[in-house]
Design a protein around this ligand. Structure first.
Ligand SMILES: CC(C)(COP(=O)(O)OP(=O)(O)OC[C@H]1O[C@@H](n2cnc3c(N)ncnc32)[C@H](O)[C@@H]1OP(=O)(O)O)[C@@H](O)C(=O)NCCC(=O)NCCS
Length: 165
């Protein structure tokens, strides 16, 4: 909290391997009490994907994992996972994570002489909160994937970036 009793802006940084314990603890407390899946979650976020973490008042509030897809000349990034803990939603954490992703990914492509062109992700069709969130950031729902998930269809959300984004 700041001096006026308002929530501070989320603090954003890249995840590193030493965040595994923090991520495991967060999973066990806020997602489900399952040790193996908590470990797999922490491994995925620190070893498999590039991950950005958001903190509010020093608490781990959310994470966004991403990776490049195809060749560098494609300029395509998949958002593999995005989640904000219930207690910290609607405070701009996911928006700040997305802004950091665009900065990091754009920098990555530029360093290699290319340009970040497209962001995309798969999501459950019935995820209304996710739909509102991605729509608010200029993503478009472009495809339906029947029975993609065990309990729901999937949808693909896409955003094209121009040179100024
Ligand atoms: C979707 C999710 C990541 C949004 O995180 P968040 O930190 O609350 O999002 P933000 O605060 O940055 O929201 C930005 C804007 O998106 C829209 N939005 C976000 N969540 C919304 C919701 N549940 N209902 C309606 N609009 C929503 C609003 O326009 C919001 O701006 P506002 O709060 O000023 O009205 C979060 O609800 C979540 O973790 N959900 C479960 C996991 C998930 O669905 N992940 C995405 C699919 S991979």
């Amino acid at each position: 909290m700041n001096q006026d009793g308002e929530t501070d802006m989320p603090e954003i940084r890249k995840a590193v391997q030493t965040d595994r314990t923090l991520l495991e603890k967060m999973y066990l407390k806020d997602i489900e009490n399952h040790q193996e899946r908590a470990k797999a979650f922490a491994d995925d976020l620190t070893l498999k994907f590039k991950t950005i973490l958001g903190f509010v008042d020093s608490n781990l509030a959310g994470s966004l994992s991403w990776d490049t897809r195809g060749g560098l000349d494609d300029g395509v990034v998949e958002i593999a996972g995005l989640g904000v803990n219930l207690a910290f939603r609607r405070k701009g954490v996911a928006s700040a994570l997305m802004k950091a992703l665009i900065k990091d990914a754009a920098g990555f492509y530029e360093e290699n002489g290319y340009r970040l062109r497209v962001l995309y992700l798969f999501m459950e069709h019935g995820n209304d909160g996710g739909r509102s969130f991605y729509r608010s950031l200029g993503f478009e729902e472009v495809a339906n994937l029947p029975s993609f998930y065990p309990q729901d269809d999937g949808v693909i959300w896409l955003r094209h970036l121009n040179d100024t984004q």
